[in-house]
Design a protein around this ligand. Structure first.
Ligand code: F6P
Length: 318
């Protein structure tokens, strides 16, 4: 059986270990692995090639994805999906593994309903925003980048007795921001899922400042869209000279942690095994410590929710 792999949407550290395991495990199980380069765009443009062991040697430690990725507008037009399907057929491929996030799974949902394609999705996005799933490939590496950056920013904040507003990626999902704020001890955390009462925050933090607190760190999710507002708010309401730091794309890069490598291997093995027994058009998920498969319809119809125990830990302003 020929099986193709593709990365779609934002890259995530751990994609390369997944790609390596894909090639090694596919051959081990008697399948022919194919790469679709540059995501959905590459599928439309027939950038499809058989993969060999030599293509994946020395890539485990590298961030990004050696086969490229893309966000495709064209794929949402039927004529381009038709073209993509014909390219797969030309290469005798009807089994596909997609590493990506909810946008990519949505695309695959449409594609697999229209054409005779067996698809398995693997959650790979730093945003960690896939329903029924606790862990997406890339999250651990990204969290460690944020931890490192936030700890460093704290050095300047405490030395200069400043306020700092640190903007964290994640689109509409506050997972990265919330867990980082908890683990790095940020005084303020703002995420789209929680409406923080700034009046209470002001009272609490001013009391602490009066008792000797010299600086305040605010971690804010990009999805809140209030980074500059918070810089002004902290200056005006806490009396601290306040700076902002937008962490940006460093959160998506760098060499994958051991956790991301091991999780990538686990996801890939389950994806290939699933295709081999024709249990398809599903996404492999990791929930409450166990792997499972969820039908693509369910994945795309339900939004991800941050677990309550994480939100409870944020509830520090009373
Ligand atoms: O989905 C991953 C992510 O890094 C988000 O956190 C961020 O909002 C977005 O991608 C940025 O997208 P782009 O790569 O298209 O600028």
């Amino acid at each position: 059986m020929a099986i193709a792999i593709m990365c779609s949407g934002g890259d995530a550290p751990g994609m390369n270990p997944a790609i390596k395991r894909f090639v090694d495990y596919a051959y081990l199980k008697g399948n022919i692995p194919y790469f679709i380069y540059n995501g959905l765009e590459g599928m439309i443009d027939d950038e499809i090639k058989q993969a060999y062991h030599k293509d994946v040697s020395g890539i485990l430690h590298r961030g990004g994805a050696i086969i490229g990725s893309s966000r495709s507008k064209r794929f949402f037009e039927k004529k381009y999906r038709q073209k993509a399907y014909e390219n797969l057929k030309k290469n005798d491929i009807n089994s596909l593994i997609v590493l990506g996030g909810d946008g990519s799974f949505r695309a695959m949902d449409i594609f697999s309903k229209e054409f005779n394609i067996n698809f398995i999705g693997i959650p790979a996005t730093i945003d960690n925003d896939i329903a029924f799933n606790d862990y997406c490939i890339g999250v651990d590496t990204s969290l460690n980048v944020i931890r490192d950056a936030t700890d460093k920013i704290r050095d300047t904040a405490s030395t200069f007795k400043r306020g700092f507003v640190v903007e964290i990626m994640g689109r509409e999902c506050g997972y990265l921001c919330a867990t980082s704020a908890i683990a790095c001890g940020a005084e303020i955390c703002m995420i789209p899922e929680v409406n923080l009462d700034l009046n209470l925050a002001k009272i609490k933090l001013n009391k602490e400042i009066k008792n000797g607190r010299g600086y305040v760190l605010c971690l804010i999710s990009e999805g809140v869209n209030k980074t500059d507002f918070m810089v002004d708010w902290m200056s005006e309401n806490l009396g601290l000279e306040t700076r902002k730091s937008v962490l940006g794309y460093i959160q998506r890069g760098g060499n994958p942690t051991i956790t991301d490598r091991l999780m990538a291997f686990e996801f890939i093995v389950r994806a290939i095994d699933s295709l081999k027994i024709d249990d398809t058009n599903k996404v492999i998920v990791y929930k409450d410590g166990v792997f499972d498969k969820i039908n693509i319809n369910n994945i795309v119809s339900k939004p991800y929710q941050i677990k309550q125990n994480i939100l409870n830990m944020l509830n520090y302003i009373d």
